[in-house]
Design a protein around this ligand. Structure first.
Ligand code: ADP
Ligand code: C5P
Length: 236
């Protein structure tokens, strides 16, 4: 069927005169812990088209020429909170939550700006208090460091054109200290900690039950959305 929402409408729906803001889920955790995989599992299980996945990567500050050279030499710190533009990140999430159209670097969100479920994942997803305040649910993917390093080695060599020496150097110098100093401490903000990531079927099922109940309570579930599409509210 055609799942397209009526044009020009805000991402939340009005049911019986009540408006409902989009439901926002934050997923934090160390590099290569499985944040993206968990997000994609949730999206698949939700089975609705009006979900957006925002990634922390989109909010790196732009690099100067010198910094780009440092990055190529594995000498740029991509794992420090200062490497991210938290102002732009907060504005973007805030606007998405209030139904204002957003532009996200790299990704074209033009067609997805009306989503009413927003998932934000990244190493510092649970770091900023203002960002945390926007979240309806916060998850932390807790995967052992050795597993994360093994996955990262494999991924960065296979997909990011890195070599083993460079990955290990960057891991030791930046990735591991950042996890210990900044990322692990954000675990205490999580509503649910997901050991092992997307392998953890039981945890994801429990999370899905919670999300489904919350969406139902807000009339954001597929069932109530379909009713809206079938019997749309009168245009003003
Ligand atoms: P993150 O978003 O936290 O960096 P990803 O979900 O992108 O983590 O996973 C990092 C890497 O590990 C990817 O290459 C992915 O394919 C792999 N990976 C993730 N989860 C699993 C898993 N349960 N089993 C095996 N490999 C996995
Ligand atoms: O997907 P993941 O959570 O692993 O992404 C975060 C990681 O990406 C950081 O640990 C950072 O070191 C790495 N990164 C990188 N090169 C970039 C941008 C990010 O290695 N250009």
């Amino acid at each position: 069927g055609d799942h397209k929402l009526p044009r020009g409408r805000f991402p939340w729906f009005s049911v019986d005169g009540k408006t409902h803001k989009p439901y926002m889920i934050g997923i934090g955790g160390g590099s290569a812990s499985g944040k993206t995989s968990v997000a994609n599992h949730i999206i698949k299980k939700l089975g609705v088209p009006w979900v957006v996945l925002l990634q922390m990567d989109s909010f790196y500050k732009s690099l100067s020429k010198a910094e780009i050279e440092q990055a190529y030499a594995n000498n740029y710190n991509f794992d420090h909170p200062n490497s991210f533009d938290f102002d732009v990140l907060f504005e973007t999430l805030k606007n998405l939550k209030s139904g204002v159209k957003v532009d996200v670097p790299i990704y074209d969100f033009g067609t997805h700006s009306r989503a009413n479920i927003i998932i934000f994942e990244g190493i510092f997803a649970l770091y900023d208090p203002k960002v945390r305040d926007l979240m309806d649910l916060m998850l932390f993917v807790d995967t052992d460091s050795d597993v994360r390093l093994a996955r990262r080695l494999k991924r960065d060599i296979a997909e990011r054109g890195r070599d083993i020496h460079g990955v290990l150097q960057q891991y030791k110098k930046y990735v591991k200290p950042a996890f210990d100093d900044y990322i692990l401490p954000t675990m205490k903000h999580a509503d649910v900690i997901v050991p092992r990531g997307s392998d953890n079927v039981a945890a994801i099922n429990v999370i899905m039950q919670h999300i489904t109940r919350e969406l139902d309570a807000r009339d954001l579930s597929l069932r109530s959305q379909l009713l809206q599409l079938r019997y749309p509210a009168q245009k003003p």
